[in-house]
Design a protein around this ligand. Structure first.
Ligand SMILES: Cc1cc2nc3c(=O)[nH]c(=O)nc-3n(C[C@H](O)[C@H](O)[C@H](O)COP(=O)(O)O)c2cc1C
Length: 361
């Protein structure tokens, strides 16, 4: 089987991480991934929607009920601690640290620290905080609190910043990935080896990974593991709508689009909603190109909010659904355990057989 530095640092069996994936809490998926021997992740971004009262892109009450965001997170942490107790699985919390999200980021970090202090099972199993979508500098404090600190980056420049700030692991997230991407289209095939060469910190590849061949490729490109988002949505246990899972297994690789989102560019599964967002994004280009301030986000927010309503109301043509290009390589909805075991088995096989078939003495 496979064993890398990622397994040693985090204390997991397989070199695979779940990507944080709002708007859901991804509680059930985090439990399933952790129980399968990889790193499960609770996603906090949707929990904070009530902190952006007028701007909330999702109707948080419909997804999360009336609890305040810190309580929603605390309950999720309790649920995942309970769900992973028997297996000894390990999990983390993803906390986006975009400047627009800062109040929520600080509050979620505080809550995660408190949850670990108040329960010894949580302290054992909640080992990781993954920060993303923002400046890593203020977050070195996470290490002093005893967490393994993972930071997500879209470029070599940002990877060096994360290394300077002291991150334990850097996730290099390529442009083919689902949801948040950078405007600059640097894909995993270029980004992962470039970041792996530029920093000494262990690197995990994200964006486009879904099977044994792509895990083996990531290891050959210098990474110590992979982070998957889109692939894990289409699993039996994942918290996502059945319609979203179905949309992933039906689409070919060309059926995604990048448009402007609330916290920057996002990759969506292509449908009428994504096309409307891209149309709006393209109309912003003259100002963007000339360095002028962009119009307010009003129109985009409206498209996102109604897109989330249509998601909850199960309207596939107009629902807002994120997903990566890798959707074109996903054709089934296995259990998380089956998927992870299949990926590591195939990767080990690939790493064994490819040298035998191509190397000549
Ligand atoms: C539905 C969805 C929601 C996501 N939300 C977040 C998020 O809240 N925070 C984050 O850091 N990344 C988010 N991502 C990115 C994933 O964590 C991961 O890096 C990405 O999906 C990897 O690319 P892949 O989709 O090709 O596997 C999201 C991705 C998807 C598909």
């Amino acid at each position: 089987m496979l064993h890398t530095k990622l397994c040693d640092i985090v204390g997991i069996k397989h070199p695979i991480m779940q990507g944080g994936m709002g708007p859901y809490k991804t509680e059930a998926l985090a439990i399933a991934v952790a129980n399968a021997g990889a790193l499960g992740i609770i996603s906090s971004i949707g929990m904070a929607a009530t902190m952006l009262p007028d701007a909330a892109p999702i109707d948080a009450m419909r997804l999360f009920g009336n609890d305040p965001p810190a309580v929603i997170l605390q309950k999720s942490i309790d649920a995942v601690t309970k769900g992973t107790r028997a297996s000894g699985g390990v999990f983390g919390v993803n906390i986006p640290v975009a400047s627009e999200f800062m109040l929520a980021s600080e509050m979620f970090v505080k809550q995660t620290i408190e949850s670990c202090k108040s329960d010894s099972d949580t302290e054992r199993s909640l080992r990781v905080i993954v920060t993303s979508a923002g400046n890593p500098k203020p977050w070195a404090v996470l290490k002093q609190e005893g967490f393994i600190w993972v930071h997500v980056v879209p470029s070599v420049y940002h990877a060096k910043k994360a290394e300077q700030a002291g991150a334990d692991i850097i996730v290099a997230s390529g442009h083919e990935g689902g949801a948040h991407v950078s405007w600059e289209p640097v894909h995993s095939m270029v980004l992962v080896p470039a970041v792996s060469k530029a920093v000494k910190t262990p690197v995990v590849g994200a964006g486009g990974f879904c099977d044994g061949a792509s895990l083996a490729a990531a290891l050959c490109l210098g990474a110590v593991g992979i982070q998957m988002g889109t692939r894990l949505i289409a699993t039996k246990e994942s918290d996502f709508e059945p319609m979203w899972k179905q949309a992933i297994i039906e689409r070919e690789e060309r059926r995604t689009l990048v448009g402007r989102g609330l916290f920057g560019p996002m990759r969506f599964l292509r449908n009428a909603r994504a096309e409307a967002i891209v149309r709006r994004t393209l109309s912003d280009i003259p100002s963007f190109y000339l360095g002028e301030p962009l119009d307010s986000n009003e129109e985009i927010l409206k498209l996102e909010r109604t897109g989330f309503d249509d998601l909850i109301d199960a309207k596939p043509d107009t629902a807002l659904m994120f997903g990566g290009e890798v959707t074109g390589r996903i054709n089934d909805i296995p259990t998380t355990k089956e998927l992870i075991e299949r990926i590591v088995k195939e990767a080990a096989e690939t790493l064994r057989t490819v040298p035998q078939s191509v190397l000549r003495r």
